[in-house]
Design a protein. Structure first.
Length: 158
C-alpha cells in the first residue's frame, strides 16, 4: 500500500529568536517565532507524514497550549511522529520539501537539513530532498515577515 501526504506551515520572523530549519541553526539577524523551536521545515514534513498515514496533524499530537512543547526540538517531535508511523507499519519512501524565504540565502544549508531529516526518519539521504526559493519579494515571505514550507511524502506498507 502507498499513501501520499502533504504538509504546509508558516512562522513569523522575529528579533531575538534562533533561525532553525531542518534542525540546522542558520546565522541570521532574526529567527522564527513559535511555541517550539519554530522549525517550519520540520513542521511541514511532520504534517506530510501524519497526513499520509491519516494520523491527523502536529497540532493534535503536540498542542501549542501544552507547556511540554515550549521550546521543543522539532527533530525530537519528528522522532515521535516516526514512532507513530512505525507502530502502524509505515515506512517512508521519500520526502520532498520546499522552503519559501526571501533571506538569508539557504542553499549552503540545504544538504545539512536533508541529512538531519533523513537521519531522524531512518532513511537514506537519497530519499530526502530539501529545496528553497524566494517569492520574488512578493507576499509575507517576500517582505521578510515570515517563512513558509511545503512538503510532500510517500509512505508504503506491506
Ligand atoms: Mg509550525
Amino acid at each position: 500500500m502507498t499513501r501520499i501526504g502533504q504538509g504546509y506551515d508558516v512562522h513569523r520572523l522575529a528579533e531575538g529568536r534562533k533561525l532553525i530549519l531542518g534542525g540546522v541553526e542558520i546565522p541570521y539577524e532574526r529567527g522564527l517565532l513559535g511555541h517550539s523551536d519554530a522549525d517550519v521545515l520540520t513542521h511541514a514534513v511532520m504534517d506530510a507524514l501524519l497526513g499520509a498515514a491519516a494520523l491527523g496533524d502536529i497540532g493534535c499530537h503536540f498542542p501549542d497550549s501544552d507547556p511540554a512543547y515550549a521550546g521543543a526540538d522539532s527533530l525530537a517531535l519528528l522522532d515521535q511522529v516516526m514512532q507513530l508511523l512505525h507502530a502502524e507499519g509505515w515506512q517512508v519512501e521519500n520526502v520532498d520539501a520546499t522552503i519559501l524565504a526571501q533571506r538569508p540565502k539557504l542553499a549552503p544549508y540545504l544538504g545539512g537539513m536533508a541529512d538531519h531529516l533523513a537521519a531522524h526518519m531512518g532513511v537514506e539521504l537519497g530519499q530526502v530532498n530539501v529545496k528553497a526559493t524566494t517569492e520574488e519579494g512578493l507576499g509575507f515571505t517576500g517582505s521578510g515577515e515570515g517563512m513558509a514550507a511545503y512538503a510532500v511524502c510517500l509512505l508504503t506498507k506491506e
